[in-house]
Design a protein around this ligand. Structure first.
Ligand code: SF4
Length: 544
């Protein structure tokens, strides 16, 4: 343990201390998942081990594959009726925990997000099979709501007993005459919720995208991929796009509905927010329909401005470029005024972010804008390309867990494939500096001698806080009260606690203000763990 009188531990010493208590084999593995950040002249960063199984017994932040499919990807979709085939707990605990918001077209338009539907499997279903019960559930749900589409999500026991959810979906599709599709997203698939994202997106791509001929009209038509409308983020992004004259055809899947997915193939550009959860959909859409993609980030005022400019550069239209500049110029003064006021109190303060597959990267922008430094960051379910950039993709080898997730065999659609830009136009855009089909990852943007930690455990979290005591820690609900008991405020970046939106320019202002409140209050220095104030259990050796 480090004493207060010693000089602060180096990042290498911190890494060694974090893994110190683990058995040798586990410590060796964890050390490969904890990297001291540095960037070579050629832009390369150290290799990090990621997307690997969490060691049993280590408390992880991760969720299951089912949670990634049903909770993350399908959770924000308002008019696909999603039925969880499984015990009631799986359905209940994946229901609206991310505070996704939605805005139906009219008060009469369907919105099923406020319902949690489940087959509520019992022991007899496990013994005798649950397919009959599932069919009854689909019929009952259709009778109650008459939705356009029904999705069935599988939980662990469904895979273990071998219920054929896809056969049930096919039968129900034929019987009811609506789109019914199923996901084999059993919780044990893959190493984290990332597998569930992949399974969900593959299913939406295979069963829904391309089934509606026409999308919303517009001159500059885009899809937003990997934006989940937490705390109203999508509303702020939609406001900005509208002000710039950019039409949103489909959102995957914040504030989304079925028709958006069905017509997504008509857009002219895919913009990826969360690289981890959805980059493969952009690739499949390019192969099948000819739609190029760019990476964007609407978290952070500067990042939002950069993203709008990137979209305008892609469409290469002078009027669009001028309007984008006008919108940025009208939004920035208020952002800069608030940031300057708050930075007077936050400059020099520190943050740690352990969340998601892109969020730990994106939110560093917001902290920078108010003068705060990120000491350590990492993903729960990121892969090497999310950390080190897509440059590492050719060197990634599939393992047993990744082979467990179906790879769709995608080819150009004989009727719907149409390259949106010619090869010459693409070459010209790249020559002019547009970064197409690329993401450089989180590590390159982090300061030297900070730490990147993949799949951080609760033990490591406690030790990290003990050594480097940040002014704010960003993670999820499972970490919130553990961290706050050590006197450090925790901002939830899965659900935003009660705040948001944090996207775009107005969202940036909201975030600065929330972080200012959290890091400026004196309440945290008065917090002591109960056992520090009043040790309840004391014992002495009995006299012989
Ligand atoms: S791990 Fe399995 S049982 Fe647990 S919530 Fe996920 S699907 Fe349900």
């Amino acid at each position: 343990m480090f004493k207060k009188t010693q000089k602060p531990p180096t990042p290498e010493e911190v890494r060694d201390y974090l893994v110190d208590k683990f058995p040798t084999k586990i410590a060796r593995k964890r050390a490969k998942q904890i990297v001291v950040n540095s960037c070579e002249d050629d832009g390369s960063v150290p290799e990090i081990l990621s997307n690997t199984r969490t060691t049993p017994g280590v408390i992880t932040q991760r969720g299951c594959s089912y949670a990634g499919c049903k909770g993350v990807i399908l959770g924000p979709v308002r008019d696909i009726l999603t039925i969880t085939h499984g015990p009631i707990g799986c359905g209940f605990y994946s229901w609206l925990t991310r505070r996704n918001q939605t805005l139906p077209d009219s008060p009469e338009s369907p919105n099923y997000m406020t319902y949690a539907l489940s087959t509520d499997m019992q022991e007899s279903d496990i013994v005798f099979g649950g397919e009959k019960k599932l069919k009854e559930a689909v019929r009952e749900a259709y009778g109650l709501f008459q939705p356009k589409a029904i999705a069935i999500c599988s939980t662990c026991p469904v895979g273990l007993i071998g219920d054929d959810v896809h056969a049930v979906a096919r039968d129900m599709k034929a019987e009811l005459g609506i789109n019914v599709f199923a996901f084999s997203c059993e919780g044990y698939k893959g190493v984290s919720q990332s597998a569930g994202h992949h399974i969900a997106n593959n299913g939406i791509f295979a069963h829904v995208v391309g089934t509606k001929e026409e999308g919303v009209p517009g001159k500059f038509r885009i899809n937003m991929l990997g934006e989940y409308n937490i705390g109203g983020d999508a509303f702020e992004i939609e406001r900005l796009l509208k002000a710039c004259g950019i039409t949103l055809v489909a959102s995957f899947s914040g504030n989304a509905d079925y028709d958006q997915f069905a017509s997504a193939h008509t857009a002219d550009l895919n913009c990826i927010m969360c690289h981890r959860s959805i980059n493969y959909v952009a690739e499949m859409m390019e192969t099948k329909y000819g739609i190029p993609w760019i990476k964007v980030n609407f978290i952070g005022a500067e990042a939002s401005a950069k993203s709008l400019r990137k979209i305008a550069q892609y469409f290469d239209d002078p009027d669009l470029k001028a309007l984008v500049e006008k919108v940025i110029a009208s939004e920035m003064p208020e952002v800069e005024r608030v940031a300057a006021d708050i930075a007077a109190r936050t400059t020099g303060k520190t943050a740690m972010l352990f969340v998601g597959g892109s969020r730990a990267h994106h939110y560093q922008e917001l902290f920078k804008e108010i003068g705060m430094k990120t000491l350590a960051a990492g993903y729960e379910f990121g892969h090497r390309d999310d950390y080190e950039g897509r440059v590492v993709l050719p060197s990634l080898k599939p393992d047993a867990d990744s082979r467990n997730i179906e790879e769709l065999d995608v080819h150009p659609d004989p009727e719907k494939f149409s390259p949106r830009k010619s090869d010459e136009e693409i070459k010209k855009l790249i020559a002019e500096g547009l970064s197409l089909h690329d993401y450089e990852g989180m590590m390159k943007d982090m300061e030297e001698n900070t730490l990147t930690i993949d799949d951080i455990s609760h033990h490591e979290t406690e030790k990290l806080i003990e050594l480097w005591r940040p002014d704010v820690f960003c993670a999820g609900i499972k970490e919130k009260y553990v961290v706050q008991k050590s006197g450090v405020p925790l901002k939830q970046l899965h659900s935003y606690d009660y705040g948001g939106p944090y996207a775009g320019f107005k969202g940036a202002i909201n975030f600065y203000r929330d972080i200012d409140r959290m890091t400026s209050t004196r309440i945290w220095r008065h917090i002591k763990a109960p056992w520090q104030v009043n040790p309840e259990i004391t014992a002495e050796f009995a006299a012989a």
